[in-house]
Design a protein around this ligand. Structure first.
Ligand SMILES: Cc1cc2nc3c(=O)[nH]c(=O)nc-3n(C[C@H](O)[C@H](O)[C@H](O)COP(=O)(O)OP(=O)(O)OC[C@H]3O[C@@H](n4cnc5c(N)ncnc54)[C@H](O)[C@@H]3O)c2cc1C
Length: 428
């Protein structure tokens, strides 16, 4: 069977590539491979979308003009309801005084339930346009010379191949690039923790859904959730087969009953030079260390205990500081300092203290920190073109390939790859 384009991954990058190709070439024969049984990409999680550069756009691949043009297209296509931001001047001034920047970002929030509705709509529209969805089918390898792709079920020929396996596909992408001879670097990681507290102690979210603070030392707040907000864990398997969990957060839409809690990540980016060859290996080692200290689960620690240099215990969670139940109850009460290197812990703690100056109350003793939250954006292919072509007619995009860090960035990178394909076919 021959397809004009085989797309791997039904996340925002893969879906966007399909829409863009069909917009300019309505009869294109497209196969969309998705290893999960349903469309399971990241639109399914919280689905807050950022419409301001540079949020979600790695600066090594994007400039403001290019990204903003794509953001305009995405906004017209998805028609999101942009959230209001009010009363943030006071926070901005406080931040400025202590060397912190509060970025003003245009945002929309669908929530996890709203994201599922959107996915169904998008998959339905593409199916109507004759895109062939192959759920439960995984891309295994490709012969770029012969333009043939091998999946878990068959072998197909393609005109172009777009691979967008997301963050959970980092390991797959690494082996895939090694097998197809695509050089890549893998030298930066984001490591941090997730903070959970009550709405009263982080009231800024009433005025700004996902406030983006930039602290010194490449540390930043990331992915704030409120309303009906939950901390969750994601399962990963390292290359040598051990399992670890990274925490994350999401919230349901405004139609869901609020639980009065807020969670957000504080992440620090570190870029390695020699002799560390692989940021991903390093991150996996850190995660394994956290699993060791947490008995196979992420660790949670109350701020009050952390300040005193002592671990949190299950009993302590039921003491007089107990004024909200941790939403990730399976996390192990413990001591984060046992597992997190001081390079990360120091800058994150300094940033938290600054944040408490800007939004007083966030460092209440009952606030919980969960560790680890690790973002693997580590595979950076050496691209042959600015539309993310990494080998003849093979495009690597989305969070897994490091061309994006979020839904809108992933969507834009899928469109940009599709534009590259169309240009090669003489369709500007
Ligand atoms: C809990 C959580 C909350 C998040 N909240 C937000 C948010 O609010 N806002 C935001 O901007 N970002 C958020 N993100 C990040 C966002 O999900 C990603 O930035 C985005 O989904 C990346 O899109 P992508 O298309 O690159 O990959 P993904 O959306 O991850 O999609 C990749 C798809 O490829 C499939 N796949 C992988 N390997 C293969 C293979 N070999 N063959 C076939 N299929 C394969 C996977 O099953 C997956 O469905 C969140 C992530 C998580 C985990």
């Amino acid at each position: 069977m021959t397809y004009d384009c085989v797309i791997t991954g039904s996340g925002p990058a893969g879906l966007a590539a399909a829409f863009r190709l069909l917009e300019k070439k309505p009869n294109a024969r497209i196969l969309l491979l998705e290893s999960a049984r349903i469309s399971s990409g990241g639109l399914r999680n919280d689905c807050k979308m950022n419409f301001t550069f540079p949020i979600g756009f790695p600066l090594e691949y994007w400039d403001e003009k290019t990204a903003s043009a794509y953001l305009g297209d995405i906004e017209s296509f998805l028609g999101p309801k942009i959230l209001d931001q009010q009363n943030i001047g006071v926070y901005e001034k406080r931040a400025e005084r202590i060397g912190v920047k509060l970025l003003k970002i245009r945002q929309a929030h669908l929530g996890t339930d709203g994201g599922i509705v959107l996915i169904k709509k998008l998959v339905g529209e593409l199916t109507e346009k004759q895109v062939e969805f192959a759920f439960g089918e995984t891309l295994v390898s490709a012969d770029t010379g012969a333009h043939r792709a091998v999946t878990s079920k068959r072998e197909v020929s393609y005109g172009s191949l777009i691979v967008a396996p997301g963050r959970s596909g980092c390991d797959f992408l690494r082996s895939f690039m090694a097998a197809t001879g695509i050089p890549y670097t893998d030298n930066s990681i984001d490591v941090g923790l997730r903070v959970e507290t009550t709405l009263e102690r982080y009231p800024i979210v009433r005025d700004y859904y996902d406030p983006k603070f930039l602290f010194p030392d490449k540390t930043r707040t990331f992915c704030t959730n409120s309303g009906s907000a939950h901390v969750v864990q994601e399962k990963y398997t390292t290359l040598n087969g051990s399992v670890y969990y990274s925490v994350n957060g999401h919230a349901y839409s405004e139609n869901s009953a609020p639980n009065g809690l807020v969670n957000f990540a504080l992440l620090r980016t570190v870029s390695f030079t020699e002799p560390i060859a692989s940021g991903q290996d390093y991150a996996e080692m850190l995660a394994s260390m956290a699993m060791l200290a947490g008995g196979g689960h992420p660790i949670m620690q109350r701020i009050g205990d952390f300040r005193l240099g002592q671990r949190t215990t299950r009993g302590g969670l039921n003491g007089d500081l107990y004024d909200f139940e941790p939403t990730l109850g399976s996390a192990t009460p413990g001591d984060i300092a046992l597992a997190m290197p001081s390079k990360f812990l120091e800058s994150i703690w300094q940033s938290l203290k600054k944040l408490d100056t800007i939004v007083p109350g966030v460092l209440h003793p009952s606030t919980i920190m969960y560790y680890p939250e690790i973002k693997l954006y580590a595979n950076k292919p050496v691209f042959l073109s600015d539309s993310f072509m990494a080998a003849e007619d093979l495009y690597l995009v989305g969070d897994g390939a490091g061309t994006s860090r979020g839904i809108t960035g992933a969507w834009a990178s899928g469109m940009r790859a599709a534009d590259g394909i169309l240009r090669r076919q003489g369709r500007p």
